[in-house]
Design a protein around this ligand. Structure first.
Ligand code: IMP
Ligand code: MG
Length: 177
C-alpha cells in the first residue's frame, strides 16, 4: 500500500448535511407529486443518495446505475460504458439522476444520453459537487450542492482507488501526496 496521503477537510459533515437539506427542499418542491425515479450513479453517490432520500418525505423510487470510466488513480480513461443497468423502466418516468461529482462531465453526459434514449417524461441532474474547471463535455446541473476547486476529492462516497469512501467529511488530497 502507498504511503498515506495527507487529507484536508473541504466540507465538514455539518456543511454537507446543510447542503443535502437545501437540495432536498428544492427537489421536494419540484417532484412531490410526480412519483420520481431517482437514479444514483454507483459507486460514489451511495452515501449522498442515502442521506438525500431520508429528507424526501413523498413517494419515489430508487435505482442505481453503474458506468465504468475511471481508470485507476485520478484520471478518467475516457471510454465509458454501462456495466450495471436498470431494472425499472424509464419510459414515461420523471427521472432525477444523482451524482457525487461532475468532473470532466464525460460520464454524466454519457449516462444522460443513455437515459434520454429510453424516453423518460423528464430527465434532470442533481450533483453534490461540480468541478467546472475540468469540464470537457457540457452538462447542465439542475440541483447542485457545492462548486469545488480543481483538487482530487475523497470522502462521503468519493474514493481514491476505492479508499476513503467512508470518511464523513469531503476532503482533498494535499499537493504532492
Ligand atoms: P467525469 O470526469 O465527470 O466523467 O467523472 C467520472 C467519475 O469520476 C465521477 O462520477 C467520480 O466517480 C469520479 N471522480 C471525478 N473526480 C473525482 C474526485 O475528485 N474524487 C473522486 N472521484 C472523482
Ligand atoms: Mg461517480
Amino acid at each position: 500500500m502507498d504511503s498515506q496521503p495527507k487529507l484536508k477537510i473541504l466540507f465538514t459533515k455539518e456543511e454537507i448535511e446543510a447542503a443535502v437539506k437545501r437540495l432536498a427542499a428544492e427537489i421536494k418542491e419540484d417532484y412531490q407529486s410526480k412519483y420520481p425515479l431517482l437514479i444514483g450513479v454507483l459507486k460514489g453517490s451511495f452515501m449522498f443518495m442515502a442521506d438525500l432520500i431520508r429528507q424526501l418525505d413523498f413517494p419515489l423510487e430508487v435505482e442505481f446505475i453503474r458506468a465504468s470510466s475511471y481508470g485507476r488513480g485520478r484520471e478518467s480513461s475516457g471510454k465509458i460504458k454501462v456495466v450495471q443497468s436498470l431494472r425499472s423502466p424509464v419510459k414515461g418516468r420523471d427521472v432525477l439522476v444523482i451524482e457525487d461529482i461532475v468532473d470532466t462531465g464525460l460520464t454524466t453526459g454519457f449516462l444522460l444520453d443513455y437515459l434520454r434514449k429510453k424516453k423518460p417524461a423528464s430527465l434532470k441532474l442533481c450533483a453534490l459537487t461540480d468541478k467546472p474547471s475540468r469540464r470537457q463535455a457540457p452538462v447542465t446541473i439542475d440541483y447542485l450542492g457545492f462548486t469545488v476547486p480543481n483538487k482530487f476529492l475523497v470522502g462521503y462516497g468519493l474514493d481514491l482507488d476505492e479508499k476513503f469512501r467512508n470518511l464523513p467529511d469531503i476532503c482533498f488530497l494535499e499537493e504532492g501526496s
